[in-house]
Design a protein around this ligand. Structure first.
Ligand code: GDP
Length: 304
């Protein structure tokens, strides 16, 4: 999925092959290759610019450092390509790593995780996947079906919950806010320690949706608010993330459908634009196709 990005770094490395020293000129040439591939991979333009500027600054700093050392008679041990790759590697990780752990757990009592996102992003599926992931980690999740916007969502979550042996809470006819509010008592009754709220989505961000989500947030005060974003929507992923973050202060992002032919650029853009990092990745339809997102893994993949 990160092939487009990888291609640019490969070409940048080729440009530097055989050179023992980074220079202003060969840094520029290498950066041009990286720039093209990042844009091709749907990384947001502003993010591409910031990334290139930071890599350039570090690479030029390296030129100065190595030259100063050279005057002192030291010999170069690393090739220009290796130096460039190392700088890019560190910078990619910097661009994607969020502060602290992927999820925050309540010190006492029940932990809340609110899942938000547009319709079709994979929110309901990701809620069940996350519940399974946490269950494997020894937690006892309760799923809350509060997406009353999409007619089949409640039943879909019930089926998914059953398949992974996790209870699903819903009260037919109640409002999403009321359902979420009453979920904590149910979690206590069932001895559950994490509540995952599958909230409503829309085809696009609108005020009614945001108000409902803001009301749920106020009522349940979740420790975590995860935005579920479909990686296939490319540059729009960044706009959507910004829209939700401005209103709800997200704690993280779940990037779904990374198994498809998405070019993966959203993974690099989201944190820079919103401040909330990608924390989990959806890599298939099955409830086990879900993993914690590791910036180091992605950096190694695209840099080879
Ligand atoms: P919601 O409207 O946001 O609740 O979306 P759903 O959870 O119903 O997901 C929409 C579609 O995307 C379903 O067909 C899911 O099976 C599919 N889907 C969700 N996550 C992934 C993923 O990581 N990879 C793939 N290939 N499909 C996914």
């Amino acid at each position: 999925m990160f092939d487009a990005i990888a291609k640019g770094f490969r070409q940048a490395k080729n440009r530097l092959a055989g050179l023992t020293e980074l220079t202003e000129q060969n840094i520029e040439t290498a950066l041009r290759e990286v720039r093209l591939s990042l844009l091709e991979a749907d990384v947001e333009l502003g993010v591409v610019k910031v990334f290139l500027a930071r890599v350039k600054e570090k690479a030029l700093g390296e030129v100065v450092r190595v030259r100063a050392k050279g005057q002192g008679g030291e010999t170069m041990k690393v090739s220009a390509a290796d130096q460039f790759v190392k700088i890019c590697h560190d910078e990619i990780i910097e661009f994607m790593t969020g502060e602290g752990p992927a999820l925050t757990f309540a010190e006492k009592g029940i932990t809340g995780i609110m899942m938000v996102g547009l319709q079709g992003s994979g929110k309901t599926t990701s809620s069940a996947k996350l519940a399974r992931y946490l269950q494997k980690d020894g937690k006892k999740p309760l799923l809350v079906a509060a997406d009353m916007q999409r007619p089949a969502a409640v039943e879909q979550l019930q089926v998914l919950g059953k398949s992974v042996d996790i209870p699903v809470f819903n009260i037919p006819g109640e409002s999403p806010v009321a359902i979420c509010e009453k979920a904590e008592a149910e979690a206590k009754r069932l001895g559950r320690d994490v509540i995952i709220y599958d909230t409503a989505g829309r085809l696009a961000i609108d005020e009614a949706l945001m108000q409902e989500l803001a009301d749920i947030k106020t009522k349940v005060e979740p420790e975590n608010i995860l935005l579920v974003v479909d990686a296939m929507i490319g540059q729009d992923a960044v706009k959507v993330s910004k829209g939700f973050h401005d209103r709800l202060s997200l704690t993280g992002v779940v990037l779904t459908k990374l198994d498809g032919d998405a070019r993966g650029g959203a993974a690099m853009s989201v944190k820079e634009v919103t401040g909330a990092a990608v924390r989990f990745a959806g890599i298939g339809e099955g409830t086990d196709k879900f993993e914690e997102f590791r910036p180091e893994g992605m950096a190694s993949r695209v840099l080879g």
